[in-house]
Design a protein around this ligand. Structure first.
Ligand code: PLP
Length: 364
């Protein structure tokens, strides 16, 4: 085994210059304010508000963001959701005492299939919670029509969709609430962090007190709340990462093009398609193998070269031990055959050709 430095993982967190971060830490020391809506949290929030022209509440992480979204909309009963996402999408529904009802995904874009939603709606359905998986927009137009017809709320888990535009506007403008994750593995990160976004001023107000214990001033309360606040240290990371994001996306774009050039002609591997009318963010590089046997063979082989892609997302969430399993054949097949390849900013071309050479030894 070679040392851990040479191991190639699915992602590598981009970091701002160390001295700049230390300078902001020094300001935190001097001010003595570590959290509770301090100057860096306010600055990050206002920069994000401007960037997305929307109401952003910066919170602890992307999972708490989903839980706050469900609480803010007073959801109960059944929530229609996608089986192809990170576990937090489903676990948040269950954590909030609602029941996830799975609807299978579209084969091409891997997000919830709107054609299959209506047959799953019952008198107990209160919302649709869908994921813009890998930053690929859901079919938001059809979802909106269905939600309006059946009087359902819509939450988008936009954890992968920072800076994605669809039909000439921010993807965060769709639905009642969108949530972001700023976890270290996401393209824009604050080491841990997330955000809840709503265009509706009243909802935004509710989200802001929900994340702060329900406080209305020091001694009064609007209602139930949780501690969803984030700290000055995390916000400082975010402020500096905003300066990096243009470079991060450009660098990922060139890595993406290099991968395409190397892999697009292979027969037993399919590269994710992005929905038309999308300005994408180059957040992941998923490939779908011909079958699971080939996937396992590839994983085993790449491991000998210290290359570790990830099975995002496996297993299909309808098979979790704490949900009612509803058969979702597309999601189950995709989950069994999809891999995210190493993909991050500042990957050298020769690293990409190295990875692709190894892939081409196994996949034709
Ligand atoms: C990362 C992720 C989350 C959870 O975000 P955290 O910030 O890690 O809590 C939720 N949904 C999806 C689709 C994710 O990829």
């Amino acid at each position: 085994m070679s040392d851990s430095k040479s191991k190639i993982f699915v992602t590598k967190s981009h970091l701002p210059p160390k001295d700049k971060y230390f300078e902001l830490c020094s300001q935190i020391w001097d001010s003595g304010q570590l959290t509770n809506n301090g100057p860096f949290v306010k600055k990050l929030e206002s920069e994000l508000n401007n960037r997305f022209n929307n109401n952003i509440s910066y919170v602890t992480n992307g999972t708490v963001a989903i839980q706050i979204a469900i609480k803010a909309l007073d959801l109960t009963g059944e929530i229609i959701t996608t089986p192809f996402s990170y576990v937090a999408t489903t676990s948040s529904i269950v954590w909030e005492n609602c029941t996830p009802v799975f609807v299978d995904i579209e084969k091409e874009y891997l997000s919830i299939d709107p054609e299959k939603i209506e047959s799953k709606i019952t008198k107990n359905t209160t919302a649709i919670l869908a994921t813009h998986v890998f930053g690929n927009p859901c079919d938001v137009t059809k979802i909106e029509q269905i939600a309006a017809k059946h009087n359902l709320k819509v939450i988008y888990d936009a954890a992968h969709a920072f800076d994605v535009q669809y039909q000439s506007k921010s993807i965060l403008d769709y639905g009642d609430i969108s949530t972001l994750s700023f976890h270290a593995t996401k393209i824009f990160h604050t080491s841990e962090g997330g955000a809840v976004i709503s265009q509706n001023k009243e909802l935004d107000h509710k989200i802001k007190y929900l994340r702060n214990f329900g406080h209305n001033g020091r001694t009064a309360f609007h209602g139930l709340g949780i501690n969803g606040k984030n700290s000055e240290f995390h916000a400082a990371m975010g402020i500096l990462m905003l300066d990096e994001i243009t470079h991060v996306k450009e660098s990922r774009k060139s890595a993406y093009q290099m991968y395409i050039q190397e892999l697009a002609h292979l027969n037993d591997l399919t590269i994710l398609k992005i929905r038309p009318e999308t300005i994408w963010n180059y957040s992941y590089f998923p490939v779908i193998l011909k079958n699971e046997e080939l996937l396992n063979k590839l994983l085993d082989d790449l491991k000998t070269w210290d290359i570790y892609p990830r099975r995002y997302f496996y297993p299909s969430l309808n098979s979790l031990p704490y949900v009612t399993n509803i058969s979702c054949p597309n999601s189950e097949r995709i989950s069994a055959t999809i891999l995210c390849l190493p993909f991050y900013a500042n990957m050298e071309n020769k690293l990409i050709t190295h990875i692709c050479d190894k892939i081409k030894k196994v996949v034709t």
